[in-house]
Design a protein around this ligand. Structure first.
Ligand SMILES: [Zn+2]
Length: 252
């Protein structure tokens, strides 16, 4: 097993702001990636990844009238191991509710986005990767464009969901784009392991970033740790800073 790269505070927003690679990225119109008549299918490992990775992109697609399908692979119930304040039973109920509220805050109420919950076990997706790939493929339609976490994002579930989504796309002849989420934490600004040549920026307006910020704050469980269990918040302020830049990145 490789060492967990998501430790400490990670790369700072300031460091990313000085990244030559990031500054030189070409931007792309998300509507050209999801042409009229196509559906965007976002495959999120945990309830919050759909907003952290592509809360801006979802707003742009919704405004343009594109059909949206969200697949939440796990219920995120392993975010607070050993916590009496946030036991598995509570998280498995609360985290999907937080996603629903976050989508509403993005301007995507439940009737606007189709939502499918996979019920795969949080932190254990890799053990059921083939099953997940089949599950995803079953819900795909011709013309769908998939968005998922990068298969080298540094979190075991993000990577397994990335691989399973790519496999489902391959089998159905569809296109799948990957999104960095935890990459912003562990990668260095000029990191050669990041596929910069495949990376494109989706530019967001200040209003879109503000909506995304408001949506992120629906994930109360992730903004709160549990000192009694020695847990700090998953979404600490410096984590959010990196994820609320005036753009999102997709790997084509
Ligand atoms: Zn996640």
């Amino acid at each position: 097993m490789k060492p967990d790269p998501i430790v400490g505070r990670g790369t700072t927003l300031h460091q990313w702001q000085n990244s030559r690679h990031l500054a030189e990225l070409d931007s792309i119109d998300i509507l050209s990636l999801v042409p009229p008549g196509s559906r965007a299918v976002v495959i999120a490992p945990h309830p919050d990844d759909e907003v952290l990775g592509c809360g801006g992109l979802l707003q742009l697609l919704a405004t343009a009238g594109r059909a949206l399908q969200l697949i939440s692979v796990t219920d995120g119930s392993a975010s607070h191991p050993g916590s009496a304040r946030w036991p598995v039973e509570r998280l498995s109920v609360v985290r999907p509710q937080e996603s629903a509220e976050a989508l509403r805050r993005l301007g995507l109420p439940m009737h606007r986005v189709k939502w499918l919950r996979g019920g795969f076990p949080d932190t254990q997706v890799a053990a059921r990767e083939a099953e997940l790939s089949e599950f995803i493929a079953r819900y795909l339609q011709p013309g769908d464009v998939l968005f998922t976490t990068w298969c080298e994002d540094g979190h075991c579930d993000h990577e397994a969901v990335g691989r399973a989504s790519l496999e489902a796309a391959r089998r159905t002849g569809l296109v799948c784009h990957e999104l960095p989420v935890w990459t912003w934490h562990w990668a260095s600004p000029e990191d050669a392991s990041v596929p910069w040549q495949r990376a494109r920026k989706i530019c967001l307006t200040p209003a879109q970033v503000a909506r995304k910020r408001h949506a992120v704050h629906a994930f109360a469980s992730q903004l709160e740790g549990d000192p009694d269990a020695g847990l700090s918040p998953v979404l600490a302020p410096w984590v959010l800073d990196r994820l609320l830049q005036p753009f999102e990145v997709v790997f084509l």
